[in-house]
Design a protein around this ligand. Structure first.
Ligand code: ADP
Ligand code: MG
Length: 236
């Protein structure tokens, strides 16, 4: 589903050079949910943005269902992002001038689906995150947690096979957060591949395994106690 090899991403140049990623490799198979953990600034968002075709690596390879993103044309990449990749942004990125339902329907309409069908799917996606009643609200008429759930619904709508979520439950209480994670988990159990960026072990526990990043490199790849001890600073 997702194959990442030797990824590097450098921002700036000379004295201002920042190495956000320094040789990261990662595979996510169909049916698998992988958590990415690591301290702030370790490269988690950069990794996800590159996996989603939103940022370009300095070097390395990224393939999504066999399509190499680093050499794909802009149109191909845009179509892949609309159809295949569901992306939940850390800061939601909803379009302020569109209602909740319109935000979710937009990529489907851009893809040529009839407006009515796109609307129906949007309402179903909103129901999945428990927000059907807010379909016609604008983002600034919703709480942060509600906006986050709309952003999640937008990422899950349609037949997206690669689901990338950057701290998707940061604004949610634990009950809502669990229901959203259960949704993501179900989609992966049904054959999607997922990457879940989080700094909370409780949330990473929903994943099949955890990749731990520090300073742009993968320093651990287990799902168990070694990651926990790294987090709490009791190891190495
Ligand atoms: P995380 O999501 O783990 O907090 P990021 O991927 O956002 O980490 O950032 C990794 C590193 O890259 C940080 O040092 C950050 O400051 C730097 N960085 C990210 N984006 C940019 C950018 N556009 N320009 C310069 N530095 C950046
Ligand atoms: Mg981040």
């Amino acid at each position: 589903m997702l194959r990442i090899r030797d990824l590097t991403r450098t921002h700036g140049s000379g004295a201002a050079e920042v190495h956000a990623l320094r040789g990261v490799s990662l595979d996510v198979h169909a049916g698998e949910l992988v958590a990415v953990m690591g301290p702030s600034g370790s490269g988690k968002s950069t990794l996800l943005a590159i996996a989603g075709g939103l940022d370009t690596p300095t070097s390395g390879s990224v393939t999504v269902e066999g399509t190499e993103l680093t050499t794909a044309g802009r149109r191909e990449l845009a179509a892949l992002r609309r159809r295949r990749i569901g992306y939940v942004f850390q800061d939601y990125n909803l379009i302020p001038a569109l209602t909740a339902a319109e935000n979710i329907a937009l990529p489907r309409e851009l893809d040529g689906f009839p407006v009515r069908r796109a609307r129906r799917e949007a309402l179903e996606a909103l129901r999945d995150v428990g927000l059907e009643q807010l379909a016609d609200r604008f983002p600034d008429e919703m709480s942060g947690g509600q906006q986050q759930r709309v952003a999640i619904a937008r990422a899950l709508v349609g037949e997206r096979r690669l689901l990338l979520a950057d701290e998707p439950t940061g604004a949610l209480d634990s009950e809502t957060s669990d229901s959203v994670l259960a949704l993501l988990r179900r989609r992966c159990d049904a054959g999607a591949g997922g990457v879940l960026v989080t700094h909370e072990p409780r949330i990473a526990a929903w994943a099949d395994r955890t990749v731990f990043l520090r300073d742009g490199v993968v320093i651990d790849e287990t799902g168990g106690s070694s990651v926990q001890s790294l987090l709490t600073g009791t190891a190495g």
